[in-house]
Ligand binder design. Sequence first.
Ligand code: NAP
Length: 259
Amino acid sequence: MDLGITGRKAIVCAASKGLGRACAMSLATNGVDLVMNARGADALEATAAEIRERTGRAVTTVACDITTAEGRKQVLDAAGEVDILVNNAGGPPPGDFREWGEAEWIKAVTANMITPIELIRAVVDGMGERRFGRIVNITSSAVKAPIAELGLSNGARTGLTGFVAGTARAVAPTGVTINNILPGRFDTDRLRGNFEFNAKKTGRDPAEIAKNAAAAIPARRFGDPHEFGELCAFLCSVQAGYITGQNLLIDGGSFPGTM
Ligand code: NAP
């Protein structure tokens, strides 16, 4: 399917690895030029080189922390006018809510709520003036089915979800869509880190924890980041212009509800 976005330009945040990387790759494969970001320059440059080689698209890299105002400015300045924004950042650490004070909460809310809101604020009106825009936020299945040890994530991302619900409808007349993709368990560094955390907490083998976790998913496996990237690219397509304000769960059937 031709997604109708050849020649468009996207910012993809936190994109050197994992789900962000997969979104960048799928967008470039569909003809989109990229401004990609991550903190670590080496992995970012390696991923950008691979995307350029595989797709032939223009890829600009900005190594910075997207959760800071300076980082966001650097990315926005490098990008100029954009048609697509994929919001992503590292997730907050797991833990016990009794250990989290104001500083931990401010960090989580800044990374997973305020940062995407600030980036949306910076680009959404320009997109609307040009009558085309696609904004995709990577959130988490924890927005729909909270995970106790990821309380910082549950809280911060649900705040973003509430903001998007209202704002997506407010900007819909301008041709801009805003949607959230809610990953279940995808095979990335982040997921492996969560298994290590649980292994330390319980004294169990992380490989055993991973095996049991995969077995508990109706699909009996973790998601492949490529599957995630392709969904993101579709949401950025011309064909997806009537999908907005939605929370799309991609979890191998894990969420047990009827809808
Ligand atoms: P990942 O494999 O650890 O990759 C994270 C990427 O984000 C890396 O490229 C990392 O590069 C970059 N990054 C992290 N913090 C950043 C920052 N402050 N500024 C700029 N770049 C940053 O993680 P992932 O699994 O793809 O997860 C992506 C998001 O989805 C996270 O918020 C995660 O919590 C959420 N999620 C993931 C899963 C899953 O199963 N994988 C499930 C639910 C939700 P640098 O470290 O070099 O900056």
